[in-house]
Design a protein around this ligand. Structure first.
Ligand code: SDX
Length: 426
């Protein structure tokens, strides 16, 4: 119910638009009746547009706050595991011990993909980018499950959500194994979600793979820190695709595609490539100058954020994890020296302070993933793996809301006015 109203004067007309307040964050002005007045709102990039009502995640960009179902990311990263976070994103509350065990059992037993999925990989070049293979194979899951899914049935929606959360690690590991020409490794039900993923990535039939507890914990924490993030580009893509009634597997494939961009989830791969291009601490000033140069399209990958204008709380947790993992693995990575020095210089440079540019979640995740032994071109696949639960939770929430409509934005048309067509004399 609106507790305030905005008055919009257009020409002689005066429009009353309801203002709604949420639990926290900005109030919203409801412009749904504006169309009847002959006007559209205009907000390319959706800098000031609320696209939906959601109870899943809250972000305060100025205070660096990130809550999942009201629980802070700092507490979840410290005291929960990814399976618990998946449960609360999907179901709204933290699980009881029994709910946790049942949910973990269910997810574990959906990790296998149909054996014919293996054949899809044969069509890719060996050097195909893993995200290209992931886009294709996730979408292809639609061909296995499209006929047993009534998306108006919450139970069937949740079953496809469980399948996707369970199968993404298997598909991501298959992309990696296909790239390096090693045999696919089947999931193991005796391992945790993170350990099972690491095993499918790094074990080979010829010998037992020893899973480091520190690496397993770091992997699980990376999954937690990437699980959901409100209405970011890829989540909004999934919502828009889902608003037409598209199959959830196709919607998640759309999310994977959107995440791939270097301005979004592709930033962790782009950040590591940038650190490798910088190469040494003494070259940092040259790249800082490029980042400041208006005529140079270069940007510091892993820096800046549309919403966080002080710091990204995930980056803070990720930074701690980064140092823990490197210490535990006794990794002395010169790229970390470059990263630390780049962070120090950027944070002390008035340009970056004025533009509110600071390390985001992607800045440190790439360094940890590299320390774990994951190749740079796999980083965004890991992000997609972790974000699948966020995407499918938003899809599930959208379809559970009454009066849900297909998303269909309008535009400001600046093309030609109508003009006669002169047929081509062939
Ligand atoms: C993710 O939305 C989400 O929540 C995303 C995400 C999630 O969990 O889903 O958090 C994950 O995508 C994190 C962001 C990862 N991307 C990068 O690290 C790529 C580098 N960052 C930028 O491309 C940029 O900061 C964005 C895309 C993240 C945000 O861009 P905005 O909000 O559209 O801001 P902008 O591009 O208009 O930049 C504002 C100013 C510009 O200068 P002016 O035109 O005002 O003079 O800041 C400058 C930009 O040139 N700027 C940068 C910069 N980012 C912005 N300058 C140098 N280096 C950068 N990284």
């Amino acid at each position: 119910m609106a507790d305030q109203k905005a008055i919009l004067k257009v020409g002689e007309k005066e429009l009353e638009l309801p203002i709604y307040s949420g639990t926290a964050g900005q109030d919203v002005i409801d412009v749904r009746t504006l169309g009847a007045s002959g006007y559209f709102t205009f907000d390319p990039g959706f800098m000031a547009t609320g696209s939906c009502e959601s109870e899943i995640t809250y972000i305060d960009g100025n205070k660096g706050v990130l809550l999942h179902r009201g629980y802070s990311i700092e507490e979840l990263a410290r005291d929960a595991d990814y399976i618990e976070v998946c449960y609360m994103l999907l179901h709204g509350e933290a699980p009881s011990k029994e709910q946790y065990e049942e949910f973990k059992h269910t997810i574990t037993r959906h990790t296998l993909v149909h054996d014919q999925v293996n054949n899809f990989f044969r069509g890719f070049r060996r050097d195909a980018h893993p995200m290209a293979m992931l886009c294709g194979t996730v979408g292809a899951l639609s061909s296995f499950y499209h006929d047993d899914l009534d998306i108006s049935d919450p139970e069937q929606r949740l079953r496809s959500a469980y399948r996707l959360v369970a199968k993404m690690p298997t598909l991501v590991a298959m992309c990696y194994k296909y790239n390096i020409g090693q045999p696919f490794v089947y999931p193991r039900n005796d391992l945790s979600y993170a350990a099972n993923f690491l095993n499918m990535m790094f074990s080979v039939p010829a010998e037992k793979y020893q899973i480091s507890a520190a690496v397993e914990r770091a992997m699980d924490r990376i999954f937690i820190l990437h699980a959901d993030h409100e209405q970011n580009a890829s989540t909004s893509t999934v919502r828009l695709a889902g608003s037409s009634g598209a199959n959830p597997y196709a919607c998640i494939a759309a999310g994977v595609a959107s995440l791939w961009g270097p301005a979004h989830g592709g930033a962790n791969e782009a950040c590591l490539n940038m650190l490798e291009e910088i190469g040494s601490v003494d070259r940092i000033p040259e790249f800082i100058a490029k980042a400041k140069d208006k005529n140079d399209p270069f940007r510091l990958m892993g820096f800046g954020h549309r919403v966080y204008k002080n710091y990204d709380p995930r980056a803070t947790v990720m930074r701690e994890s980064c140092h823990e993992v490197l210490k535990e693995l006794n990794v002395n990575d010169p790229l970390l020296d470059v990263a630390m020095e780049l962070e120090r210089i950027a944070l002390s440079d008035p340009y970056f302070a004025e533009k509110k540019l600071f390390p985001n979640v992607d800045f440190y995740s790439g360094i940890i993933l590299k320390a774990i032994g994951i190749p740079t071109n796999m980083f965004t696949c890991i992000f997609a793996l972790a974000r699948t639960v966020g995407w499918i939770s938003h899809w599930h929430e959208m379809l559970s809301q009454p009066g849900q409509k297909i998303g269909r934005p309008r535009q400001l048309y600046t093309g030609h006015a109508q003009r006669p067509y002169t047929p081509l004399k062939k």
